[in-house]
Design a protein around this ligand. Structure first.
Ligand SMILES: Cc1cc2nc3c(=O)[nH]c(=O)nc-3n(C[C@H](O)[C@H](O)[C@H](O)COP(=O)(O)OP(=O)(O)OC[C@H]3O[C@@H](n4cnc5c(N)ncnc54)[C@H](O)[C@@H]3O)c2cc1C
Length: 299
């Protein structure tokens, strides 16, 4: 294909998206590009824009369910090519493709505190900003100073964190689909490395006790409703272990669905709808999705 011939990074056609989703589910992307750096990303965005090719941005694919039919147009995976990290005083500047937990550990080693909550969150910096990822009473909004983004024509500019409308697992990046995050600046505080690692260790242990680690999944399926927990509601309806083909409500954590073999996106979607309906019928609470479904019409 002539399009993307200048790209330094990987370009693949009919790439199975299950390779890029922690759920291990998803049909092919027409074109799949993993840019080698920021300039490369801007070239892809510009060229895709010029020929009106639809673009879908993904990070580590840990909050995604990709449809069995795959994704039309171009999927851009922000990964290793944008994975740098550097320190400027008490600030940490990380490329959008860097794993957020790796940034947190690197910062901890420098005596920089603020990202401890990211211990065990498997996504990228860009995904974490987009989702305002968080845990244990903290989230990205507590530390984010600014982001560098590219718009659809491949122009780069900076936005202060305060303009991103960061809320519970949401941001304008997620709702408007106008920008690709290329880097984030975190304002940290100083502490001893030992104290920071101790906090991270406690968080990691709690995760190991309460989550189905090592299984194919995409984290929490539903947001917690105000004042309650989605997992508690699902468990109270007796739905742990409920299964549709190879998609199963985790017996370890009721708000996780795990792919125990060869689950299809349709199996997960049917299971989500079944859980949602049962929780509504039994408790009156309408659960909202935290998971992002992509490649389906209407999503
Ligand atoms: C075992 C497990 C545990 C988890 N625990 C937590 C937790 O404790 N807290 C929590 O908040 N989440 C958790 N998650 C969910 C997930 O890891 C986070 O939502 C994470 O921030 C998603 O990052 P990602 O890079 O995987 O994004 P993806 O899943 O690839 O994408 C998520 C969204 O972000 C967009 N996006 C990704 N990168 C960019 C970018 N560079 N520019 C613009 N848009 C972008 C995508 O378009 C999509 O809308 C967990 C997931 C798993 C599998």
């Amino acid at each position: 294909m002539d399009l993307f011939r200048h790209i330094q990074g990987e370009v693949r056609f009919d790439e199975p998206m299950r390779r890029h989703s922690s759920f291990r589910i998803g049909g092919p992307a027409d074109v799949f590009v993993s840019p080698a750096g920021v300039d490369d990303l801007c070239t892809v965005l510009r060229e895709a824009g010029e020929c009106e090719m639809p673009v879908t941005i993904i990070g580590a694919g840990t909050n995604l369910l990709v449809s069995d039919e795959g994704i039309r147009g171009c999927v851009i995976k922000i990964g290793r090519g944008l994975g740098g990290m550097r320190r400027e005083g008490e600030r940490v500047i990380a490329g959008a493709g860097a794993p957020i937990a790796k940034v947190a550990r690197w910062a901890a080693g420098l005596g920089l505190s603020g990202l401890e909550f990211a211990e065990g969150i498997p996504g990228s910096v860009g995904g974490a900003v987009t989702m305002n990822a968080g845990a244990h009473g903290s989230d990205i909004s507590c530390v984010l100073e600014e982001v560098q983004v590219a718009d659809k024509s491949g122009q780069l500019f900076n936005l202060p964190g305060s303009q991103l409308e960061l809320g519970y697992r949401t941001s304008v990046i997620r709702t408007e689909h106008e920008f690709t995050v290329t880097a984030a600046t975190f304002q940290m505080t100083t502490d001893t490395t030992e104290a920071i690692f101790e906090r991270m260790q406690a968080i990691g242990e709690r995760r190991r006790r309460t989550q189905p680690l090592g299984q194919a999944c995409a984290g929490s399926i539903f947001k917690n409703p105000p004042g309650d927990y989605a997992a508690r509601l699902i468990e109270s309806c007796g739905l742990k272990g409920l299964r549709i083909n190879d998609a199963m409500v985790s017996p370890v954590h009721a708000n996780f669905i795990v792919n125990v073999g060869n689950a299809k996106a349709v199996d997960v979607i049917r299971l989500i709808e079944t859980v949602r309906q049962r929780v509504l019928d039994d408790t009156g609470v309408h659960l909202q999705l935290e998971l992002e479904i992509i490649g389906l019409e209407g999503h």
